[in-house]
Write a protein that binds this ligand. Structure first.
Ligand code: R5P
Length: 298
């Protein structure tokens, strides 16, 4: 045994998929809630290298248990604790937009760097920060790209004639890297955010979608407002069918219903966040990153 993967309940299947690829043992973390809401976290035996697997959607609830587990693993003898957080929350607020606002990316990054020796995540939402390493100072950090996984998801479907659409300039790197191996054309919109759930969008050259299927590609579906608006515009311009594919999908059931009402025939994402849209495992991409950080039998 070279490393142990420790996971919370919600990551049982994803953690086991990863452990199987790497030949590592998986251990469940036991969490008991006291009547006042505090968590008692208990970890199992570990190897000297402990991999803690937890996706950080809904991070307010998850972060405290995460640092408690990291501390318990060190008490159990782990000398190196690696965090695999396929979705890394709190990355969007990278500056104070208004006086007095906390810069959550910096605060949470520093917290993680204090408790972990390494971090692996997927497509972190870093728009103004140069690299993941700058978010978690002093520890190893690998940002895995989901682009190849998303391209693999689309490839078997015979996507000839399909146009891939990025809803905004921030989505350009994702849509281009998914399109390149499939040889598909790309269009990217311009977005102005009006509020948490409302955006204004324009897509130059939108007339080219008439009669053609389109797939919206983005790193993140949060409220779904961006993709809903994009789909409405594309269907009005005559697109034959609109689907959406994203790395992470945080959308609630109500938000998914809104995407369906906007005319999106199917929404799919990787399993970085568990939920009804998770259609493809990110485990191979995570495993390829982890072998750079953790010794394996080979
Ligand atoms: C923007 O930077 C991202 O790429 C997504 O387009 C955005 O986070 C989606 O948010 P929502 O689903 O709430 O419109």
């Amino acid at each position: 045994m070279i490393a142990t993967i420790h996971h919370f309940d919600e990551s049982l299947e994803a953690a086991h998929r990863l452990a199987k690829l790497l030949g590592f043992v998986c251990q469940a973390i036991n969490v008991r809630r006291f009547p006042d809401g505090e968590s008692l976290v208990q970890v199992a035996e570990t190897d000297a290298t402990a991999i803690l697997y937890r996706s950080l959607d809904h991070p307010n609830e998850k972060l405290i248990e995460l640092v408690l587990a990291a501390s318990a693993l060190r008490e159990r003898g782990a000398r190196r604790v690696v965090l695999v957080a396929p979705y890394l929350g709190y990355m969007r607020q990278d500056i104070a937009f208004q006086p007095g606002e906390a810069v959550s990316q910096k605060v949470i990054g520093t917290l993680l760097a204090t408790h972990f020796d390494a971090l692996v995540t997927v497509d972190p939402h870093l728009h103004r920060t140069a690299s993941l390493a700058a978010v978690v100072p002093g520890i190893d950090a690998i940002a895995v790209s989901a682009a190849a996984t998303l391209a693999d998801l689309l490839r078997p479907e015979g996507v000839q004639g399909t146009i891939l659409i990025g809803p905004d300039s921030e989505s350009r790197p994702w849509v281009e890297s998914v399109a390149a191996p499939l040889g598909l054309p790309v269009m990217v919109g311009e977005k102005r955010r009006l509020g948490d759930r409302q955006v204004q969008l324009a897509i130059a050259g939108i007339e080219h979608v008439r009669g053609r299927p389109v797939v919206l590609i983005d790193d993140l579906i949060s409220s779904g407002g961006t993709l809903a608006r994009c789909a409405e515009l594309l269907l009005r311009a005559g697109a034959a069918r609109v689907e959406a594919v994203a790395t992470h999908c945080l959308a609630s059931p109500d938000d998914l219903a809104k995407l369906a009402r906007a005319g999106i025939a199917r929404v799919r994402s990787t399993d970085t966040v568990a939920g009804p849209t998770a259609s493809v495992a990110i485990a191979s991409a995570l495993a390829a990153a982890l072998v750079k950080l953790v010794p394996t039998r080979a």
